[in-house]
Ligand binder design. Structure first.
Ligand SMILES: [Zn+2]
Length: 180
């Protein structure tokens, strides 16, 4: 049999019957070219069989995930806490300034009280809406929202509310001046 036939058998890893197999073994002993080819194909096959797709150690990835979650949770709590604190402080300051205004205008007390209740009710509705907006944002993914954005949101909301309250107080003062 010709050398080329053996070469084809080796390269295509052909299924051989007993006679063919014996022929090949005989040829391999005589032909160094086929011998090295046979060896090379076996080494390649062996290499593929023994090289599984590298996967990260499950212990390692679990540890890493847990650690990342811990860091994320701590960061989320910090941002949420800071934002709530900023809004609360701003609210308290503004409410106390409104309170002083109330004490000064004791004659208008029932009217102001009504206004105050309306204001608080509005605030509760506003904060509820804010929570409905903010909490899904926290859940959906802190990675997408930079903390800077949350700070900006907190400060701008406080600022807008402050401006609104100040204009309210101012209009009341002007009204009082006009009445007196
Ligand atoms: Zn050969």
């Amino acid at each position: 049999m010709k050398h080329q036939q053996y070469e084809t058998w080796i390269l295509l890893d052909t299924e051989l019957d007993q006679d063919q197999h014996r022929d090949l073994q005989v040829h391999l002993k005589q032909c160094s070219q086929c011998q090295s080819l046979h060896l090379a194909t076996h080494q390649i096959a062996h290499l593929f069989k023994n090289s599984p797709i590298p996967e990260p150690n499950p212990g390692f990835s679990t540890r890493w995930m847990t650690r990342m979650e811990k860091v994320e949770n701590r960061k989320n709590r910090l941002i949420l806490g800071t934002t709530i604190s900023v809004i609360s402080i701003a609210t308290l300051l503004l409410l106390s300034s409104v309170g002083i205004q109330i004490r000064a205008g004791i004659a208008y007390f029932p009217q102001l009280m009504l206004e105050m209740i309306t204001l608080v009710a509005k605030w509760i509705i506003f904060l509820n809406q804010l929570r409905d907006i903010v909490s899904p944002l926290f859940r959906v993914g802190m990675k997408l929202i930079s903390p800077v954005w949350l700070y900006t949101l907190g400060f701008s909301l406080s600022g807008i509310t402050g401006a609104w309250m100040l204009s309210l107080i101012k209009s009341r003062t002007i009204q009082r001046e006009l009445h007196s």
